[in-house]
Design a protein around this ligand. Sequence first.
Ligand code: AMP
Ligand code: MG
Length: 461
Amino acid sequence: MAKNTLDFSSLGEEFFSPIETQPLSSPFLIHKNQALYEQLNLSMSDADLLGVASGEQQFQSTQPIASIYAGHQFGHFVSQLGDGRSCLIGQTQGRELSLKGAGPTPYSRNADGRAVLRSSIREYLCSIAMKGLNIATTEALTLVGSETEVCREQIETGAIVLRTAPSHIRFGHFELFASRGQTKQVKRLADFVIERHYPHCQGKNRYVDFLSEVVKRTATMIAGWQAQGFSHGVMNTDNMSIVGLTIDYGPFGFLETYNPKFICNHSDHEGRYAFEQQPGIALWNLSRLTDSLGSLVTDQQAKSALDSYQTHLVEAYSKLMRKKFGLVEKDDQDNVLIGQFFEVLYKNQKDCTNSLRQLNDVDALSKDSDFSDWLVLYDKRITQEQSSNRIELMNSVNPKYILRNYLAEVAIRKAQDEKNYTEINTLFNLLSQPFGEHPDLTAYTNEAPSWAQGLEVSCSS
Ligand code: AMP
Ligand code: MG
């Protein structure tokens, strides 16, 4: 059969290396995202799907490739990184397919190219959770387990997530070529991304228009993170998507007890990527992207694109927050009222998600005396509201269910210790519809039990 090609390959060989995937031993399909499978218009036998998803067989005879990039990691420039444990294996319906954990590549830097089951379960569940929350994200199609031994602090088993996205290109791809002074390659990459993902930016100011759109998409994504309490944990520029998707799920965490200084990544000793730092870090990362587009945009254009970040962020964030509080009419004091609510949460160590969801039932919330003073103000404020569907509006942005660390941990332990994967399925279904009531599953709104208080997650595993 003739070889299919990836669009990405048309960039030329400076941008990637062809690789051979290293299949897992005794692979088995743990989960498949049926809705995405249908959206991708796939029809494969289970055996073929497993073959592709475990790195055993090619997808439509496409040569797998690993791409090369650089990046700022924890603020320091690393001149060469790349797909060290992921690779592109094909594309369909405008989405690239990528395997994470299918063995080493030329960019693995002495690491094994593998991903363990534990971190793969977390990535698989978080990408559906983010999709459920309407936050732009890569989307995982399958989760495959195996008997392949992978050495971390202990011996664990290897797994592969097959993830999909319109593009897996990162800010770091641009940084690599810019840092080498390869301006032709920077231009080629920019043209490639504009043509496929920013087709409306093909006019005479194409590069600054493109940059401005990346700024806007990134700001919108960050607004979603901040509004829903998502902490990424490793916001290095090589983990920033050029099409504004949440990418590379590692030591992420959702805010449970409200704490803006929350650090989900145990290895982040300085708190560079603490929850409240994320908007500023995204702007810093956009500045690094802008630097690497220096041959295509003027300083003035770069400045104006970056200057628009704050406006987009505030606009998207306040739109979400106003909905969360059911504030349709405008009042000058709304921001103060919202701020005071979070002060109550912070002072009284309240659960962020549950407290926001309870705004849909002020009578129930008033039973908690911590909210008494604030509710006097809120009650007064909502008498100004006319709309009849306020509660529906609030419930459409205040999730009842989030991926709490302990919920993921229960699913992980069952999978690792008992080879029982039912919990993954339950969480997958629940998190794909986080705004629904799911009355049989309200136990999944419970705060972390004491055994889970000290759970720690750290970088690549
Ligand atoms: P991350 O922080 O997971 O996004 O990874 C940072 C860099 O390290 C990327 O270039 C990854 O491809 C690479 N990397 C992480 N884990 C591994 C691994 N087990 N084997 C090879 N490369 C890895
Ligand atoms: Mg990464």
